[in-house]
Design a protein around this ligand. Sequence first.
Ligand SMILES: [Zn+2]
Length: 248
Amino acid sequence: MAQFDADREAVLERARAAGVETMLVVGGVDEEAGHHRAMTVAEKFGLPVSAGVHPHEARLATPATYDELRGLAREKRIAAIGEIGLDFHYDHSPRDVQREVFRAQVRLAREVGLPVIIHTREADDETAALLEAEGARETGGVIHCFTGGAELARRALALGFHVSFSGILTFPRAETIQEVARTAPLDRILVETDAPFLAPPPHRGKRNEPAFVLEVARKVAALRGVDVDVVGAASAANFRALFRLTSP
Ligand SMILES: [Zn+2]
């Protein structure tokens, strides 16, 4: 995002200095052709990247959009389809359009054999039901920035999905999310920034950046009563397995 235009290189250096060895650039397909920006950044820095139509922009999807995603997948330029899903909090696109575009992209992910990155907000039940009905067990994937309930976690884990925690995990009143982070199998946990948003303490209110993901890993470790290195090693291994990466 533009918030990093001035110092992207320094941000990535700080991430590496903090011990963040594995990362993925999340792209999109929006009015500003967001996935092209993500891809440019990813290719410049040698990072894996995803592309997909976010539920906010679902109304912009056309058959050409799907052809483009299919092409990117076939050329092995993307490691995942996403963010895709349902957002009934903001409703930036009509819900029936969100459903249709989400469904089409889960089908596309199955067709091209890529995992999915799921964005879901105030749509736990419908998101889980659609993933179950569309055979998402085959693609695998991650519920990104997990803020759902225990039932969404249960259904996602049953599908073989991962759950990913952001700075929200460290916020007060995040008890439900903290319970999922405490009890989910260690081999299904990821940590993320959702940068530039959701900076965890002691950086709260500032621009979030990849180095700060360490605070999320520390919180997961504290909840589970293990060393942060255990969470670091597990989340890195889970990341490589999910996105089928052989190197960092
Ligand atoms: Zn999201």
